[in-house]
Each structure stands twice: as structure tokens, then as C-alpha cells.
Design a protein. Sequence first.
Length: 411
Amino acid sequence: MKITHKLAQDIVDKTMSILERNINIMDGKGVIIGSGDKSRLNQFHEGAAQVIKEGKKLEIYSKDINHLMGAKPGINLPIEHNNKIIGVVGITGEPNEVSPFGEVIKMTVEMMLQQEFLLKEIQLEQQARGNFIHDLISGRIGNDPDLFITRGQIVGYDILIPRAALVIDIYQFEKAAKQSLQAFKGSKEGEIHLQRLKNDVLKTIQGIFVDTPQEIVSYTGGDRFVVLKIINLKDSDEILRNKLFRIGKRIKNTISQQMKFKVTIGIGEYHKDIRGISKSFKEATQALGVGTKLEGAGDIYHVDNLGVGKLLAEIKGESQQGFMEKTIYSTKDNKEKKINETLLETLKAFFDNNLSISKTAQTIYVHRNTLLYRLRRVKEITGLDPKKFDDAVQLRIALKMRVYQGSDKLK
């Protein structure tokens, strides 16, 4: 482990606030990298170099300072980590005055370094785990699946266990995170608060799976998190789907209740082998996106329940726009025949009630004749008869496209 200037100075500042004496920390070459006396920074300390070489405490008295470059009266002790000397800590003052503090300061510095080392180890482990999960859901397995499986084992996951993906969208999580950073004016504390917010969400989700440590939970960026849920291959498709919905509901309710966030979840199918996880993740992402656009945020959507929405996700926006212009939006020159919001809402209600005239009239509180008049107007404007199957299909898809594209305003 190498002691950095920043770490050394932090330790010096914290320790001096307790001891009220000048403290120096020297690196493995005997150079002062932390000191209460800033004028001594980056100077070579010959006494520290001697401590590193001999591996034992060195007391320097006033009479000795002319014989040791960069030294002042005090005591200097080796800083050890994993049985290796990685630096030296020195306390300025006559040895007979500061010696009683020597071992305590040495132990304090070593404990601080050990804590910093463990923190970095944890951060590196979390980073390695996060990188692995990102590669897994992105399908970046590489040419050697066995090597990738070994990577999983190193970070604690058996990726041969069958799993299906749930993608969790926390409404305005990223906005809340940005506001936190702005509140702290981009300082280190703001970044720490942001990380704590992410960790709180992760811990909340992980708490649901406390008895099943092989469940994979990770932050994927923006407003989103992912759960790679272990499944039972003996379950039928229907049972599996119901189980995943129950898990999704539990996640949604837990986050909503404990953290007061609005949550939407997309669920993917199970696919074989380790490459199948990325397919499930893409499906869950698609289910989340399409479901939110067509039905709104705050619900749970399975990729198999998207219906025509799954088809819409595959059609380019320009093509959808062109299709809408040829159906629900008038392409005729007569501006008086441009379809309006009332007719669009009537059409939607007509399709939602399975083309039933009586049920639709009851739903939108109009007389049967009024409904029939509106349907005739749709036919006059679009050239498509909502009561005919083929025409109804085109109109229904166009309405879905309108919602999917967010076309709330008529063009």
C-alpha cells in the first residue's frame, strides 16, 4: 500500500487536533508528504530514511539535527502494513517529552491506514461486482464463457443458476440525485450523498432477498436498477410469470413505502445459458418502456403482456408518424374534416369495449345515435369504418401509436 499526500495530510490534521503537537508523515523513500508545518512538505528526512532501513524507532535530540538532513528534534517510528514498512510517522519535540505519545500515534496512524485500505478494498470489490453485472446484462461475455463464469465466482455469483430480469425505474431518481449535488454545490459531500442515496435503494431491494444471497441486484444508471431473479425451471410459464409479478409487486411496494418513490417495473422472460440473461434484461427494459408509454408509470409490465405495444417498439418513429397521418389524422384538404379529440376518445372507448355500441354509449354517457354519428364522422374523415374488422385494426394501431409517440396534441 502506498501512502498518498492527501491521505497523509488528512491523518496529520486529524491526529494533531488531538495531540496538539506537530506531526510529520514520510513516505517509503523518506520524503515528508504530510505535516503540520507546511514548509517541510516534500523535503527529504534523513532520519525517516534511517528508520525505513533499520526498521526501528529513532530518537533525534537537538544535538543530533546537524548530522541528519531535514531532521528536527523528535521521535520517528515505522508505519507498518501487512508486516511491511510503508512509511514513517514523526512527532516534533524533545524525545523525553514526546516519547510517551509515540506508540499511541504509531498505532493510530496504522489503524487509519488500515481503515482506508479496507474501504478501498470494499470499493474495488463493489466496482468489480458492478462491472461484472454490467457486462452480464449487456451480453459482453467474450469468447471464453468459462472465464466469464469464473469472473462471476470471484465476485460471489454463480451465473449458471437460471434467472429472469426485472428492471426497476424509480421516477425522478436521477432528478433527485442531481438536486442533491446542486445542494452541495458539486462538493465531495454531494457525491457522497448521491452514493448514499443509491446505496439506500440497493439495500432496500437487497433486504427483500436477504435469505437468498445469489439474487443479483445492481444500479444500472439514470433512474434504473436491475434484479436478476433466480427462478425454478420446473414452474410452468404461468406460475413463473405470477411469481415474478409477486416479486415485482413486493419490490414496488417496499420502495414506495420506505423511500416514497414512484416505481415502475418491467419483467423479461427466462432464456437459456448465460447469454440469455442479457436477452431477459432487454425484454424487461422493453416491457418497462412500452408499458410506461402506453399505460403510464407506476405499474408492473411483463414483456408477454405488451400486445401490439411490442410491435410498436420495433417500428421507427417516422414510420409510425406516417401511418398516423394516413389514418387518424386527416390527409384531406378539407380542414373542416380534421379529426378532433372527441372523436379520438370515442374511438378509444369503442375499441376498449370490444366494438360494442351499447357498452360504449354507456361508458362515455352518450345516446346510441350520438355514438353512431361520431363513428360515421370517423369514417368520413379517415376513410376507415371502425365497425369493419380490417379498418378497426388500422385505427386501433394508430391510436396506440399516438399514445406511444406522446402525440397528445393534434397535428
